[in-house]
Write a protein that binds this ligand. Sequence first.
Ligand SMILES: NC(=O)c1ccc[n+]([C@@H]2O[C@H](COP(=O)([O-])OP(=O)(O)OC[C@H]3O[C@@H](n4cnc5c(N)ncnc54)[C@H](OP(=O)(O)O)[C@@H]3O)[C@@H](O)[C@H]2O)c1
Length: 312
Amino acid sequence: MNFPQPKVASLPPNLDLHGKTAVITGATAGIGLETARQLLKLHVSHLIIAVRSVSKGEACKRELQRLNPHAKITVLELDMDNYQSVQRFAKALKLKVPSVNILLLNAGIGLLKLERSPSGHDRVTQVNYVSNALLIAELLPYLKASAEQIGQSTRITWVGSRMYFTTSFEKKAPMKIGEHMDSKQFFFPNERYNDSKLLCAMFMYSLAARLDKSKVILNMVCPGLINTNMTDVLPFHMRMVMGVVKALLARPVEIGGRLFVNASVAAGPESHGGFLGDMEIIEPSPYLLSPAGKAVQRKLWAETIEELGSLS
Ligand SMILES: NC(=O)c1ccc[n+]([C@@H]2O[C@H](COP(=O)([O-])OP(=O)(O)OC[C@H]3O[C@@H](n4cnc5c(N)ncnc54)[C@H](OP(=O)(O)O)[C@@H]3O)[C@@H](O)[C@H]2O)c1
């Protein structure tokens, strides 16, 4: 990422989401909440906010509804820390919403210590990576059916981060990716978030190559450094440092929302399988393009498919 961060262009004029249904995960704060606001201002007809706290989601819904009193806003529970919650959410969505145009996978975390999800996985890997892979797998047939019903490709935009360009895998390539991410030995606090986002990017590239973009367009977006409360989980001294960094260098949350709307609505089919750094498709990282990175990407695909298969 380059600092100072470049200016971000406006969205194309005349974007109108009337008649469209959009789902966004992690819409109770930060860029997710702002993206929800922007989708409503663009007249989206039905917005599903997928949130881990329904009471917080209902409070957000009240704020959001004021921006567009005509839109339908549905709050659905989704805790990305928990596979069962992901499966329950997918089931509820399919039951309650006949078709979806846009799925925005935004929820994400960064932690500096190893915590365990109910599955036993490292929490950052669970929330940022494997639960998203499961959610996509659970929803793909429904998203394809939505595209057929609507007569237009369904969109999946997954929020990544260019932080993935710096990865601990360069120092120590994982033999088994799941075991590696779950082991204390390979938990490098400063690189855990980056490593989890690397897994997301690898899976996105692998999956996009297997999808028919006339049915589902899948892309990934990084909004650059955005001024949100994501850094609140850091220890006090690091929060102080990040406070200064953000004050000097971070973009306001409106820019993050604009970039997510761009990736999920304005970017065309050419963005399928692409990683949007701001609004432009950027090359995969040198590590991802290296033979070592490609080998990890292949292993990750096989391991993830095996794990997801064991859950159904
Ligand atoms: N901010 C940046 O500079 C930046 C840069 C690049 C990429 N990103 C990515 O952008 C996305 C949003 O980040 P942000 O800065 O907006 O973060 P944020 O302000 O911390 O918001 C995160 C959102 O995710 C939700 N969330 C957290 N854990 C969850 C879980 N287990 N299940 C469901 N939802 C959960 C949070 O819900 P609660 O309100 O319940 O906590 C919140 O709505 C993340 O994927 C992040 O990695 C951010």
